[in-house]
Design a protein around this ligand. Sequence first.
Ligand code: FES
Ligand SMILES: [Fe+2]
Length: 383
Amino acid sequence: MPETPSMFDPSHYRNVRRPALEAETLPAWSYTSQAFYDREVERIFRKEWNFVGRADEIPKRGDYKVFDLVGESVIVLRDRDDRLHAFANNCRHRGTRLLDGSGNCKSIACPYHAWVYALDGRLIASLGMEESSGFDPASFGLLAIRLEEWAGFLFVNFSPEGESLAAYLGDLPQRFAAYDFADMVCVRRKEYDLACNWKLYVENAMEDYHTPTVHRKSIGLQKTLLEQGGTGAWDAIFMPAPQTIAVLPEDAASAFPPIAGLSGKPAGGTFFTVIYPSTFFATTQDCMWWLQEFPLGPGRTRVIAGSCFPRATTARPDFAEKVEKYYRRWDKSLPEDNAISERQQAGLRSGLARPGRLSVHEPAVHRIANWVLDRVLDGETAW
Ligand code: FES
Ligand SMILES: [Fe+2]
């Protein structure tokens, strides 16, 4: 590994920048070094929009949920007027962490000296501060973090300026409009704490080269094509298939009917989409699932898998029974991906690991690497 800061010298990455079928993979240090990770946090996760969860995780007024995003604790809550907010989870008096986990509250009281904040972030009580000269409570509200919603998906952005979520997503909402995500219900979330770099997990989700080996006992062969031409910070691959792939092949007869109104490509297969930096969506004929990679360090990632179905499907009398087939599929295939990603990380930790080459089945792996390099290298402009 080169010494920092030369690690960010573009000359190390010339071969990653070549066209996919001529390119090398990222060097191992991109997945293992603290310096590379810190640069990603600074230039990517603190600058771009990050998916944190669904609005239906905090359905009622006063509901809140705390997220850990690249070392920052963020409160996402719904205020009394039904507006959603994100705040830094620390008190404006002397910094104490305010909330943990999730729950419902009428206001936020600091456990240290009892300053109290309204759900819109205003400081509404600070007893004992009366004699502090020039102290203006209006200047000591919770620090707001930008939060925007698309079709029930919540995204936050630590940077106070910059493009809107709509601009960041480009034509993704329109291209995926037929799935009507806003009318979907998230019926299950599952968390995994993995010993791998966040990029490995996204790359794995965006290529089909591994499916005949890693998933030979579950989903088996999948064949996808890169979907290009979109605007916005996303890429997709498409897998033609006559019916949902969210159940195992032997459970195909128990699948739910397709989403009402799907036509064209969405009716004839599955899209696997990366919303940069670290969100994966799979959208198939009857449901969608997401994987959100929350990076915890160069070699650690918390993955949250969410499963969403159309509201009408969840209202079916046979939903509880049939959805078990879907859970069976995810609970078989995801641990297979988890194990191989941790095993890949273990291999990349070796000082003897060298860059590899990519097959025709991995165009998105190449695009992910280059999207990251566009942002972390010194003196680089868009690829
Ligand atoms: S640190 Fe919160 S009230 Fe003192
Ligand atoms: Fe996989």
